[in-house]
Design a protein around this ligand. Structure first.
Ligand SMILES: CC/C=C\C/C=C\C/C=C\CC/C=C/CC(=O)SCCNC(=O)CCNC(=O)[C@H](O)C(C)(C)COP(=O)(O)OP(=O)(O)OC[C@H]1O[C@@H](n2cnc3c(N)ncnc32)[C@H](O)[C@@H]1OP(=O)(O)O
Length: 279
């Protein structure tokens, strides 16, 4: 994918400078060491190969810049945090494309889940499937209180199966029994339900999502990095290692699963349904 970087905007200091790429806007505040990263892949921030690639590049840039200790992930698209994996990347393409795409999905998850940065999800819109997965990799989740902003791993509703590392990430967050139900039923939770089950940590009025994220971030930033990072590593490394040990097999598994005629039909029907919803 070709990545076009955005130029910094004119301004009087670091906090006025933006960088990033076409689909990932980064608003850095060097004074506080916090950057706000906004997904901008309209209409629904589906995780296309381009968006995944740009996300990985922007994250790496922030990880390598010691100025930054915390990142808030949010959406620049109204009413949607992310619609999850881009269904058009998983439909009607060839096995080499599916493999390339899945490798990028794995790469993003691996980088996010063990990131040294404090990651906070400011969820300002609908957050199904892969969108929910991204939020689950964060250290803290704040969801806007809007009944249209459903969140969850709804893969079974599409006739597909959440891979074991999606499942592990959910289990690590809400526990085994709640995950078992949520995954089998493909549950999409209302904000109050998501809070109750522990899928998000806070539900706040829509206009307070970012300000809440910034104040929560201040609390996390008050902890010495080395102690917090080692603790995060201790909590998450076993989960990450499970995928690292079998990345290639996981790619092969995905490619053969997604290439099945029955799965392609299910995905196409689901896409059709999404399109018809409008008409
Ligand atoms: C034995 C086997 C073992 C293991 C298995 C091995 C491997 C596992 C295999 C597969 C796992 C793959 C994992 C996938 C995870 C995912 O993330 S799948 C994606 C799931 N996403 C969704 O279900 C969300 C679908 N979208 C929506 O519900 C709504 O769009 C949303 C609520 C987000 C926003 O609603 P609204 O604002 O009304 O927008 P529209 O619905 O009108 O959509 C606007 C246009 O965007 C298109 N679109 C929506 N979502 C996607 C998407 N995810 N990908 C691509 N395109 C999408 C939609 O069709 C509209 O397009 P149009 O304008 O009509 O052209």
């Amino acid at each position: 994918a070709t990545i076009r970087r955005t130029e910094p905007t004119a301004g009087s200091g670091d906090s006025a400078r933006r960088f990033g790429t076409q689909r990932v806007l980064v608003e850095p505040d060097a004074a506080s060491g916090v950057a706000v990263m906004k997904f901008k892949n309209p209409p629904v921030n589906s995780l296309s190969l381009e968006l995944l690639t740009e996300f990985i590049i922007s994250l790496e840039k922030l990880e390598n810049d010691k100025t930054f200790r915390g990142v808030i992930l949010t959406s620049d698209c109204p009413r949607v945090f992310s619609a999850g994996l881009d269904l058009t990347e998983m439909c009607g393409k060839n096995p080499a494309h599916y493999a390339e795409y899945w490798k990028a999905v794995q790469e993003l998850w691996l980088r996010l889940y063990l990131s040294n940065l404090v990651l906070i999800a400011a969820i300002n819109g609908a957050c199904p499937a892969g969108g929910c997965l991204i939020s689950l990799t964060c250290d803290y989740r704040i969801l806007a209180d809007n009944p249209k902003y459903l969140i969850g791993l709804n893969e079974t509703l599409l006739g597909i199966v959440a891979p074991f590392w999606f499942k592990d990430t959910l289990v690590n967050t809400i526990g085994h029994r709640a995950s078992e139900q949520a995954l089998q039923l493909g549950l999409l939770f209302l904000p109050a339900e998501a809070l109750q089950v522990g899928l998000v940590d806070q539900v706040v009025p829509e206009d307070q999502v970012l300000s809440t994220a910034l104040s929560v971030m201040a609390r996390w930033m008050a902890i010495p990095d080395h102690a917090r990072q080692l603790t995060k590593n201790m909590m998450r490394k076993t989960t990450v290692d499970r995928l690292v040990k079998q990345r290639d097999a996981d790619i092969q598994n995905f490619v053969s699963f997604i290439s099945r005629d029955s799965i392609q039909k299910s995905l196409q029907m689901y896409l059709e349904k999404l399109k018809q919803k409008k008409g």
